[in-house]
Design a protein around this ligand. Sequence first.
Ligand SMILES: [Zn+2]
Length: 298
Amino acid sequence: MKIALSICFLIAIYSTVLGAELRVVSLHPLIGDLLRQVGGEKVEVIDLIGSNGDPHSFEPQAGDLADAEGAEIFFASGMGLENYLPKLEAILDGKSKIVEVGSTLPALEGSCDHAEEHDEHEHHHAHEVDPHWWHSVDLFRRAVTIVSKELAEARPENKSVYEENAAAYRKNLDALEKWVRRELIRIPRDQRKLATAHDAFQYFCVAYDFKSYSVQGLNREQMPDAVKLAELIATLKADRVVAIFPEKESNPKMLLSLTKDTGIRLGGELVADGRGMPSYEKMMKHNVETIVKGLSVK
Ligand SMILES: [Zn+2]
């Protein structure tokens, strides 16, 4: 009887320590999707920010942290976007690990112009680095491997599952990348100029050979002054930029008057930070379709 009991007890301990579900937290709308793709049924993702959250202004509150009870890893997109991480680290006090998924990916610098203009209370995250790495499908594919390794480290017994899921998802991303390149061919070479509200598409422009222009710099709360705006308009005209693309989050009024003054077309709304999108793939498809539609016709 005693032996049977202690075996039961051992099994109970074994299943809590080794078989226990891995709880992880997502601090970015697109990272939540990534974690579910790689973790599958072997991970419980607590989406603190939610699919509609704005990673530029989100900061977890006490209630969020209570929801995250028992989470072993907090995943952020990194590159300085989540500037509350040091504070979060202090609160977590070693009980959970924080992983900045983008921290080892090759970063692009933010536009210096706007960095100089940054006003202390106007922006949420200091930028020398442009944090929007997910607009390159290649970088997102590399992020899959980073996440898979982190999950496997936390649950070595599920390593093969994570790796299989990651491999399958990377295949989807291969197909997505091919589709992106095929679609973009429809835009004439001399019209591959992407003017957007906030400076979120530099990785896209580098990956797919576009020249980038932004009205507001890296932070969407920032407005250019009259001189800067006049300079920008002159550049857009001189470079024969066909369309300016707003974002769901940007100030469309300002862009509307900008397009009225210049005769440059107002393109459809782009999604910069994954908000309101059911998945990464859907966001990329939406953006590429919008860009092709805005730039492919004369
Ligand atoms: Zn952004």
